[in-house]
Write a protein that binds this ligand. Structure first.
Ligand SMILES: [Zn+2]
Length: 127
């Protein structure tokens, strides 16, 4: 699957951490040319209590068990993957590939942060 460039991936994670989940989902959705999903707090009957969030395709909604989940990039990106797969194809995609998708973004965020720290350190050394 095509992914945004690492810088954009890092920015998407950063937005979620900065409590701008809606903006982040808009950005992601426009990259994939799909409508953004909605994130709401709520639980779905019959779903295990242990899950943090669930994507309901015919409602285009991510249900989060509490508002902390809104700012959890891993969970949000995992659920976004289901949204993406649901929009693009019939199949929701496997849990494993949803995790992999989310981790991609988080790893980009981590390495981008490492690069930022390094260049800051380099600047300091020069001054
Ligand atoms: Zn899932």
């Amino acid at each position: 699957m095509e992914l945004p460039d690492p810088k954009t991936q890092a920015m998407i994670v950063k937005l979620i951490l900065n409590k701008r989940t809606e903006k982040s989902l808009e950005l992601l959705s426009s990259f994939y040319s799909i409508q953004a999903p909605e994130v709401v707090v709520g639980t779905i009957k019959g779903k295990r209590k242990t899950v943090h969030a669930v994507y309901v395709g015919n409602q285009r909604r991510i249900y989060a068990t509490n508002s902390d989940i809104f700012y959890n990039p891993f969970v949000i990106l995992h659920e976004f993957y289901h949204h993406l797969r649901f929009r693009g194809m019939e199949h929701r995609g496997s849990e494993k590939s949803a995790d992999k998708f989310a981790l991609h973004f988080i790893n980009s965020y981590r390495s981008q942060n490492a690069i930022d720290c390094q260049s800051r350190a380099n600047r300091k050394r020069k001054n």
